[in-house]
Design a protein around this ligand. Structure first.
Ligand code: ARG
Length: 462
């Protein structure tokens, strides 16, 4: 019978199916760096409590160095029989460091160990998600700078609404990313707390100073209740929630870019690098990057819901159900990182159309009504008058500005000859000179503001 590290009280081998169900080394070995860092930190706590000699600590550190090299070289003897990353590393530590290694698990449980590892993993990963969001935002600002003289319709209900700068619409997709970064930073703040020293659930009789490990790991503090410390996965939920919303934003951006690069809209053109062809239709260049990102949002939402479902009925404190926290989180992080890279690449490759966009279809009707308001007409009345003129123009298949002054006056008596200036879409865009608006000078200053923000919040090179 192969001896488990926890096998003292056992006389029978684990059942075959349970062994298969139980083993997590296939996915949790991704936590090896975090687990080793936690072990080094815990060794320092034990040393301060005189539970390790200086020689023991040295042996443990050296053995961990060896283990790190073995893992890096692909030579570490991972064993399914040892279930998870924690026991695999502990067994090897004991093989290399001997009795010193046998001392390491004092005052520690895999329950506080895995809670720590996962927190460290979230902290490390949020950093690279954040720098990718920053890079995508920078690519979008680059696109905005190239589209400050492209006037396009803004849409509501996917129906032509009012003329705007394309740059204004591009910048509208940067704002959600800024909020995503705030949410990630906020999740990170609550994650950076050490559960080490909580043991299996009730702490330890050994006199451990828990702040030593927390400090060694660069964490902000220690958890305040040993039961909560091993039961809590809020930091996983919060991170997955922030990632889910981020994916929703990427999905909406994708949808707009699928539309904007279509032959029907044609505001922008995709580079070959971001499209793929059809096996049957020779002319096709499909926007797969955007479609795949839009599609992948679903799996990230799913991981959030799966985690909440795992948590909802769990009694205190640790339960093995919690092992289900890892694969979803890893996949959510992988998916988001890849989606962000693909989006950035595709956005950087976008070419701006050269000719003007068709701005017909009554896009200037609201400008007309506001013109009348400036001439003293109450807005509700102006709305009705312009509405009547829209009906006339539609019936004739022309735009409002093609009607004569006399025709306009028949429905809107306050119209003067200067109305045609107000109806010109280029002037109408320039006139929308309100804070947060689409007037070119507002958009140019918005671009500068976002550039300053990106500079101020540039992630440190990792
Ligand atoms: N592999 C476990 C997990 O991922 C580690 C903790 C196991 N603890 C236990 N008592 N079986 O959650």
């Amino acid at each position: 019978m192969s001896r488990k590290l926890w096998g003292g009280a056992f006389r029978e081998e684990t059942g075959k199916a349970l062994a298969k169900l139980s083993v997590s080394i296939g996915f949790d070995r991704r936590l090896h760096r975090e687990d080793i860092a936690g072990t080094r930190a815990h060794a320092r706590t034990l040393r301060a409590a005189r539970l390790l000699s200086a020689g023991d600590l040295r042996k443990i550190d050296r053995a961990l160095d060896v283990i790190e090299k073995e893992i890096a070289a692909g030579k570490f003897p991972w064993r399914e029989a040892d279930e998870d990353v924690h026991l695999n590393l502990e067994r090897r530590l004991i093989e290399i460091a001997g009795v010193a290694g046998e001392r390491i698990h004092a005052g520690r449980s895999r329950n506080d160990q895995v809670a720590l590892d996962l927190r460290l993993h979230v902290l490390g990963s949020i950093g690279d998600v954040d720098s990718r969001v920053h890079a995508l935002a920078a690519a979008l600002v680059g696109l905005a700078s190239r589209t400050t003289d492209v006037i396009v319709p803004a849409y509501t209900h996917l129906r032509r609404a009012q003329p705007i700068l394309l740059a204004h619409a591009v910048l509208a997709h940067v704002e959600p990313l800024r909020r995503d970064r705030e949410r990630l930073a906020d999740a990170r703040r609550r994650t950076a707390i050490s559960p080490l020293g909580s043991g299996a659930c009730a702490g330890t009789t050994l006199r451990l100073d828990r702040t030593i490990a927390a400090r060694a790991l660069g964490l902000r503090g220690i958890t305040l209740n040993s039961l909560d410390a091993v039961a809590d996965r809020d930091f996983v939920v919060e991170t997955e929630a922030a990632l889910a919303l981020l994916m929703a934003h990427l999905s909406r951006l994708s949808e707009d870019l699928v539309l904007w690069t279509s032959d029907e809209f044609a505001f922008l053109q995709l580079s070959d690098r971001s499209t793929t062809g059809s096996s049957m239709m020779p002319q096709k260049k499909n926007p797969d990057a955007f479609e795949l990102v839009r599609g992948k949002s679903g799996r990230v939402f799913g991981h959030l819901l799966a985690m909440l479902t795992v948590l909802k009925g769990l009694p205190l404190a640790y339960n093995r159900d919690l092992q289900e926290d890892k694969e979803g989180l890893f996949d959510a992080l992988d998916t988001v990182r890849l989606a962000l890279d693909a989006m950035r690449e595709a956005v950087e490759g976008l070419r701006v159309r050269s000719g003007p966009v068709d701005l017909g279809g009554g896009l200037n009707a609201t400008d007309f009504a506001e013109y009348l308001v400036r001439r003293g007409v109450p807005f509700r009345r102006a709305h009705r008058q312009v509405g009547e003129l829209v009906a006339v123009a539609r019936k004739r298949g022309v735009e409002l500005q093609s009607l004569t002054l006399a025709e306009l006056r028949a429905a809107a008596p306050r119209v003067g000859p200067d109305v045609f200036r107000a109806l010109d879409p280029v002037r109408a865009v320039a006139a929308r000179d309100v804070a947060g608006g689409t007037a070119p000078r507002r958009v140019r200053s918005a671009i500068r503001e976002v550039q300053r923000y990106l500079k101020r919040t540039r992630p440190k090179r990792r």
